[in-house]
Design a protein. Structure first.
Length: 285
């Protein structure tokens, strides 16, 4: 089956509909969230112990009734060691999945059903993951939800700086983010800094997202003032101390005063914006 990193129109509509649904959850009252979360967790655990031999043995059939804090976690090392038993489709075999990743069409469907992704292996062990297209789109929508709450909208031109491999999870997610946007530079964490700076010009980009804070800071610190807005997203984003955060806020404030003629919006307006129909829908994307 031929592959593409650009979601088709129907797939894109479904992704945006899922994004709209996830954004609407942010307006739910606490009582509804407390009802929704255990129900979804129970459905996930029931699927795991029913479909995965590893989870069935490790968690037991009564896992859906157990408190979450009593359930064991699954490390990447354990997942890769027991990959064939962890997966929920008995047709999936680690050797064949990895062969697909190294094959002629790694972005195509494995077994005509699954998209195969992986981590870079920078910690010494590469993680391998398989998703149906719908599952991968749900993953993408969840990350887009986070991006929307960070101020990213569909009117912004955004480029992702992730791992260089075409099957890297970051590359697949960024492809979903930027689908339909023409003439975006193709960059990765190993692209030379001078090439990043040359590609990230004021006319080509509004936001630069990176999975490593350092990858975002390189072009931002090397580019002319105001030409690139770089943000580091992902689990690896470094936490700042209160002192560092305050200093960074002062620098941002000074920069905005020197480069922008628009007065800052009141804090009350920014809070209210999250509750407007525009944010609960996907018109901004």
């Amino acid at each position: 089956m031929s592959s593409t990193t650009e979601p088709r129109s129907g797939q894109r509509r479904w992704l945006l509909a899922m994004l709209g649904e996830l954004l609407s959850h942010d307006a739910w009252p606490r009582e509804r969230l407390l009802e929704h979360q255990p129900a979804r967790l129970r459905a996930l655990l029931e699927h795991a112990v029913t479909s995965s031999p590893w989870y069935r043995e490790m968690l037991g059939s009564d896992a859906p009734d157990a408190p979450l804090e009593e359930l064991p976690t699954l490390s990447k090392a354990a997942m890769m060691e027991h990959f064939d038993q962890v997966v929920c489709d008995p047709r999936l075999r680690q050797r064949e999945v990895e062969a697909h990743m190294e094959g002629r069409d790694p972005l195509g469907f494995h077994l005509d059903r699954y998209q195969v992704c992986g981590t870079s292996g920078s910690t010494g062990l590469r993680g391998v993951f398989v998703y149906t297209q719908r599952e991968l789109d749900t993953f993408t929508a969840a990350i887009m939800r986070f991006a929307a709450r960070a101020g990213v909208t569909g009117g912004m031109r955004m480029v992702g700086i992730g791992a260089p491999s075409p099957v890297a999870v970051t590359r697949r997610l960024f492809a979903g983010f930027t689908a339909g946007t023409a003439n975006l530079p193709r960059l990765s964490a190993v692209t030379p800094v001078d090439e990043m700076v040359a590609a990230l010009t004021p006319t080509s980009l509004t936001r630069c997202s990176a999975t490593r804070p350092s990858a975002a800071s390189w072009p931002a610190s090397s580019s002319p003032a105001g030409s690139t807005s770089a943000r580091g997203w992902g689990r690896s984003r470094a936490r700042r101390s209160p002192r560092t955060s305050a200093a960074a806020s002062r620098r941002r404030g000074a920069s905005s005063r020197s480069t922008s003629t628009r007065p800052p919006r009141p804090r009350r307006w920014r809070r209210a914006a999250w509750r407007t129909p525009t944010w609960r829908s996907t018109r901004t994307w």
